[in-house]
Design a protein around this ligand. Sequence first.
Ligand SMILES: [Zn+2]
Length: 240
Amino acid sequence: MAPNDNLPQPERVLVVAAHPDDAEFGAGGTVARWIRGGAAVRYLVVTRGDKGTDDPAMVPAELAQRREGEQRAAAAELGVSGVDFLDEPDGQVVESLHLRERITWAIRRFQPEIVMTHDPTVVFVNNEWVNHADHRAVGMVTVDAVFPTARDPLNFPEHLAAGLQPWKVAELFLWSTNEANQFVDIADSLDAKVAALRHHASQFPDFSETERWLRARSEELGERVGLRAAEGFRRVTLAR
Ligand SMILES: [Zn+2]
């Protein structure tokens, strides 16, 4: 049965994530569905996750290299057409014009109708955990890059001089939100999401535990809205 969740089918989607694995956790099922429907999806990953370990002896540069490889493999699993890394320092991402310029460049270059990223307004997710400061910073800068920066030609005019055009993004899909207004049926793409996440081996001492948690969580969310499994987003439709 075709899903009945009012999900649009875009041609191009840009996913902006703070760390390797954020995109799969936040949106892997929806990304898989869109790609099956014919969309081109690209990832922009702001850091290479070089602090993502509890091992104090780990060498950050080695971890970064490993996690970049894991992210590329996870993206390939879903059929993502390309992954770009900005290589900002993990754990130290701040809202800056420098970062806004880099994300604006990516939006103007790829021209996505939909941009997915972290909900920047969330400090406590579900009152269960603190939303990482990098997630909040990346979410906020991405929202600012979408509107009005990428749209208005006098922002970073050097982009136009380099051959890019201003670009209007139609919609934002924000994950890890406390205000989900779009539930996406991922019953047929939950396996793909799990398979993609499995590539982030450096992050999971016991992936079977993570898989159980993820499936239970997706089914719980689905149950609330009459679906077998779901991802939830704050969907913001921008005035055109
Ligand atoms: Zn993260």
